[in-house]
Unconditional design. Structure first.
Length: 393
């Protein structure tokens, strides 16, 4: 069996909304439907009935995004009912996992045209209550938030594995000697680059605002200063260095990509943005989840026959400044100038299930703008995993 080339024809995303912000009133299945519909409309020569499958990442799945949000998006977007949809969950890597699974199906001939993406509404993530072991309990019942982090944790897991995500970032800061000042400087640079990219119109070709919502650009980008960030209190340790200012916020948003083989490319009548070269997933101790991309990136580059010196652009998800700086410290051959040139998740936002698709789309658009090159998208993943994807043009 021959392996087919897989191309990214287009990629779109919503502006990323802040927790309780402009997109908080929009259901996650509607956000997903919006990017699917927008993506299809941008390729008018493509018959939507030719889409073989829709893959969507979703990290929560406890609320309105339950019951296969990918299929719901297909139906809400008005695609033919013959188009199926599958939802995948690799937590923060879910959107990128969807892209990888769709690409794999095309590469082996199980599909010719696929949509892949991700969605998350952290604003609308519900509270949940466990069912009692027997009917009509007399006592109070505990309610769990599904917005982020561990919930209903299995007591058999070692306590050192199940620390808060921010404590995991503190552990990485300890391991690599990363200071508060370094983290705040990294965060400021993320905001600066994102604001500059928007001002230059670099996101105009990929962001599709949601109708009826006044949100033209990513909602969490802000102007700040070292002095303002220094005034924020540590969020996880009284003497710690991780704050709300040097971590990614809670967010709402969706992203989608159109993937095709050679036949599918002809059906769209378009030039591809980029070609998928390789991917890799790895595991690590859960409390050190932030370093998950380190080995995944190395493996993905090796499979593509590439090195850090070949990279034109690298979109690394900024879950925490400490986490990102920890990864960069373990890649001494990487030029930091190619990392997140248009800002990262600390400024843009991190709607969990959508972020990986956002990163892959961003790399594809940046390679198209450059005209040629090699790009990389990678994320750390809660519970200790890393995921990476290599693209080229």
């Amino acid at each position: 069996m021959s392996i087919r080339d897989v191309y990214i024809v287009d990629a779109v995303r919503t502006p990323i909304g802040k927790f309780g912000g402009a997109l908080a009133a929009v259901r996650p299945d509607d956000l997903a439907a919006h990017v699917v519909r927008s993506l299809v409309d941008r390729s008018p020569e493509l018959d939507p009935a030719r889409i073989d499958d829709v893959y969507f990442g979703d990290a929560n799945g406890a609320g309105e995004d339950n019951r296969d949000v990918a299929r719901m998006a297909v139906l809400l977007a008005g695609l033919p009912v013959s188009v199926p949809g599958v939802t995948v969950n690799r937590l923060c890597g879910s959107g990128l996992e969807a892209v990888i699974q769709a690409a794999r199906a095309i590469a082996v001939g199980d599909a010719s045209i696929a949509v892949a993406g991700g969605v998350e509404s952290m604003s609308r993530a519900p509270w949940v209550v466990q069912k009692p072991e027997r009917a009509f309990p007399a006592g109070h019942q505990q309610m769990f938030s599904t917005t982020l982090g561990w919930r209903m944790t299995n007591p058999r897991l070692p306590a050192e594995w199940t620390v808060a995500l921010g404590e995991g970032a503190e552990l990485i800061a300890d391991r690599h000697g990363i200071t508060r000042e370094q983290q705040d400087a990294f965060a400021l640079e993320s905001h600066r680059k994102a604001a500059e990219a928007w001002a230059k119109g670099l996101y105009d070709g990929e962001v599709v605002p949601y109708a009826g919502v006044e949100l033209a650009r990513d909602e969490c980008i802000r102007e700040s200063s070292p002095e303002a960030l220094a005034r924020l209190k540590p969020a996880f340790r009284t003497d710690g260095s991780v704050t709300a200012g040097n971590a990614s916020p809670l967010n709402d948003g969706a992203a989608a990509l159109l993937l095709v083989d050679e036949d599918g490319l002809r059906a769209t009548g378009r030039e591809p943005l980029a070609r998928i070269r390789s991917s890799a997933v790895t595991g690590i101790e859960p409390q050190l989840f932030g370093l998950g991309p380190v080995e995944a990136v190395r493996k993905a580059l090796a499979r593509a026959g590439k090195g850090f010196g070949d990279l034109t652009t690298f979109e690394l998800n900024e879950a925490f400044a400490a986490q990102s700086l920890g990864c960069l410290a373990e890649w001494p051959g990487l030029d930091p100038a190619v990392v997140n040139p248009r800002g990262g998740a600390i400024a843009i936002g991190h709607p969990l299930g959508a972020s990986g698709a956002r990163l892959a789309g961003a790399v594809a658009h940046q390679l198209a703008a450059a005209g040629s090159g090699t790009g990389l998208a990678a994320l750390c993943i809660g519970v200790g995993q890393g995921l990476a994807l290599v693209l080229e043009r």
